[in-house]
Design a protein around this ligand. Sequence first.
Ligand SMILES: Cc1cc2nc3c(=O)[nH]c(=O)nc-3n(C[C@H](O)[C@H](O)[C@H](O)COP(=O)(O)O)c2cc1C
Ligand SMILES: [Mn+2]
Length: 493
Amino acid sequence: MTVNRISDLGSIISDLDGMGRLVRVHSLVDPIHDLAGIATKFEGGPRAVLFENVKGSEHPVFTGLYWSRELLAKLLGQNEALLSQYVSDRIQEWQAAPVSPRPVTNGPVREVTQKQVDLTRLPIPTHAADDGGPYFDAGVVIAKDPETGVRNASIQRFMVVDENTLTINIDAGRHLELYLEKAAARKTTLPLTINVGVGPGLHFAAAAPAEAAPADTDELGIASAFHGEPLELLPGDRSHVEMVANAMYAFECEIIPGELDNEGPFAEVTGYYAQRAPRPVVHVRAIHHRNSPIFQTIISGQEVFNSVGLLGEANVLSLLQRQVPGITDVYFSHGGCGFYHAVVQITQHRAGWGKQAIMAAFAAFPPLKMVTIVDDDVNIRDPADVEWAMSTRLDPNAGVVTIENVFGHGLNPSFPNYFGTKIGFDATRPFPFSNEYDRAKMKEMSLNDIEYTISESPSHQAADNISSSDPGDRVNGEMRDDNKTGAFNGAAM
Ligand SMILES: Cc1cc2nc3c(=O)[nH]c(=O)nc-3n(C[C@H](O)[C@H](O)[C@H](O)COP(=O)(O)O)c2cc1C
Ligand SMILES: [Mn+2]
């Protein structure tokens, strides 16, 4: 696939289909609870899901683009274990030489404009049992700083209130919060567009943390760095805020500062519900879409681990590599909700750098609650290996750092009102090294030239046929050997 095909969700879906990485659900599916329930059956697997037949709408729904790093790496033509390095390189490329979006006058997203705004005609799913209503959470929000005009891209969750009204959740410290405060101070409204159904380049631009893309930068340029060409933007009808020319849908909206209505509950990435509370109202002024649009939804969980989490991971990696000698790899574990626990690998050259790395990681990504530092003989993607380092190398008296009364992530229940305690574990060997801490290992061997057979019971064979339908995943000497040699570069998650 050429790089710029990733800028178009339609091409992505047909490419996934061609790669054997798409599940097509043909049955009529209710977008209220049933769609998310079915999607969950495939969550984290090697295929995304297209619901072709969604009750109450002519438009299909797509999900799962981000729930597997393996899938994402294949789509982007990258090595799975090097995904955060790839993302970090693109962001650094943008920081060094940003490519501005290109204004265009027409694009597929303008093929249809609803005569009268009616959100209820769209297949917007209600995910979890206690969710407060239908939600969309895969749209890229574009807004402009009311003072400077600098564009911002972000992703926020929106609850559908009625046919032309949404409520939005804006976390503390987001650039959109800043823009809304500035609009309130100037007594103006805040126009924005929500662009649903875009590719990973733009999605990653929107998910890039403020530490990588500060408020005075146009982070849409990050999408251009991923696409290898400028992102195309269309002028809006209702305001000076642009829409993404080849999105599936674009919603032109307006927030009137101070206007609030209830939003929530919503099953969040943490595995808990975000509570219902008064949050800003969003008026939808116009709905544009393609002739045959596909609505994208994101099931909170692994999809967010590999978008917000991957972008956070990339930023921690790039800052640590610049600030702490010997940093070799960073992984945001899935047990840590994708962005609360960073595991950092270091080749130690000097005593004390493990703790330096803890402090630098917290500074590079404020939502982190835990940081664990391990040596370069530990597989940071294997929770058992990380536990081994903690069990055998961590000195609880000297290697634990706690930081009290610090800003954290509001969705984490141990940070009520974004306030709580963070912890770092330096699970590296004492430096200089002594041989008590040398890891025992067998000779590295290949099975390529070894003749052997594996006895299998009939029941194993049957189970294997169901669980592994990818021809490439079949267990045989060669593949197993490949997987083994790649172990430190990332067991598939
Ligand atoms: C699927 C998904 C849902 C998200 N939902 C929200 C949300 O509801 N509210 C929010 O403030 N951030 C949410 N985020 C995170 C922000 O989009 C992300 O932190 C982004 O970097 C914020 O942009 P900013 O730095 O320009 O403020 C979500 C991210 C993803 C990928
Ligand atoms: Mn921003």
